[in-house]
Design a protein around this ligand. Structure first.
Ligand code: NAP
Length: 336
């Protein structure tokens, strides 16, 4: 059987590195263009940094991808690289749009010109949906993003649709709902919770301070989503898919799961912004600060995942409490 080649943009990120590991296990050869001096710590943590199956390349500008695609004609292209922080996207919308949308368009144009048989996956986002839709949302539901990240993702998403429907490319949008892992950067709340809980249990110190702990998300585990993304690319026809759990968990649920992963008892006291959690000695371990509240904390968006049900049955899905436990134990281990 011929070896499959996958080009991954964003291989240094959470999803790119996890996908690389999955594809190496499946025997793929991986083309990995990165910016200069890439931070390869995720690949190192996953034990694949020295894999002979990964060919790293340095690119200077997005137009360099034309030659890379023409030379390698990858079987599958996974376009993950993006400025992925929703909150930070308000600060520099033009750059976010250029990276997240214009680059995607350049890639699609290069693929159709130089390697039209390559399959293309785009990491779209649940941030594209209208924010007051009753959930669970389906792939065809109304899109109306309200932040530069979501706007850039929707524009790129629509370009992917255009290249599929009009140009005939095998091009899919995975509409990804939040997914976390041990590789999440510190700027995300899951990492903040798990690392601070590990620190508090290990050595105490100042409380973990959060915003709206009643905010709920459709939260999944990134290593599970990677396998679904790969399945999406093995189908006969290209389509768009929500990649979601269709379940909601609150920030408070995550705090409870993280403490309980380390067998540490807490109890919640007070109401509203005075809510706090204390340990068995009566010390406050979690407090609330309004400065961390977000405008859409009351957006309880869940994704209808009927279209990926079959793929989910092929790969066991890690329950919420189990992956929060895994992330917390990992943080605890790092403190030793
Ligand atoms: P991530 O960990 O933030 O990784 C982002 C990747 O993009 C990194 O490899 C980074 O490379 C690259 N990148 C960032 N800014 C760039 C720029 N200006 N130019 C070129 N490359 C740049 O993201 P992730 O969590 O793996 O997410 C993967 C994809 O899924 C992203 O497109 C994200 O928007 C989308 N998504 C993720 C979630 C989620 O919950 N994780 C949900 C919905 C959609 P460097 O190492 O060079 O910085």
């Amino acid at each position: 059987m011929q070896t499959k080649t996958a080009l991954i943009t964003g291989i240094t990120g959470q999803d790119g590195s996890l996908l690389a590991k999955h594809l190496i296990n499946l025997g793929y050869r991986i083309i990995a263009p990165t910016r200069k001096n890439p931070d390869k710590s995720n690949l190192n943590n996953l034990g694949i940094i020295d894999s002979s199956l990964i060919e790293f390349l340095i690119y200077k500008q997005f137009s360099d991808f034309e030659a890379i695609i023409a030379q390698h004609k990858p079987t599958e292209i996974y376009h993950f690289a993006a400025m992925s922080h929703v909150g930070q996207s308000h600060e520099n919308p033009a750059v976010v749009f250029d990276v997240n949308c214009n680059w995607t368009l350049e890639l699609l144009a290069s693929v159709i010109k130089n390697s039209p048989n390559s399959k293309f996956f785009f990491a779209s986002s649940c941030e594209i949906y209208r924010n007051d839709l009753p959930s669970p949302v389906r792939e065809e539901d109304e899109k109306r993003p309200n932040n530069p990240y979501g706007i850039s993702k929707l524009s790129a998403h629509q370009m992917v649709d255009y290249y599929r429907l009009v140009k005939g490319l095998f091009a899919c949008n995975g509409i990804l709902f939040n997914h976390e892992s041990e590789l999440r950067p510190a700027s995300f709340v899951s990492k903040k919770i798990c690392s601070n809980v590990a620190r508090l249990v290990k050595s105490g110190g100042k409380p973990l301070t959060l915003g709206n702990i009643e905010a709920k998300k459709d939260w999944g585990y990134a290593p599970d989503y990677i396998k679904i993304i790969h399945e999406i690319m093995q189908q006969k026809n290209a389509q768009n898919y929500n990649v979601s759990t269709n379940k909601l968990y609150s920030v408070k649920d995550m705090v409870n799961a993280a403490f309980s992963a380390l067998n540490y008892e807490i109890s919640w006291q007070g109401e509203g912004i005075k809510t706090h959690a204390i340990n068995s000695a009566g010390d406050t371990v979690v407090s609330i600060n309004e400065k961390y509240f977000r405008p859409l904390d009351n957006r309880f968006l869940r994704g209808d995942n009927s279209k990926i049900k079959q793929f989910m049955q092929n790969h066991s899905q890690t329950p919420f409490t189990q992956w929060v436990k895994s992330m917390t134990l990992n943080e605890y281990k790092l403190l030793n």
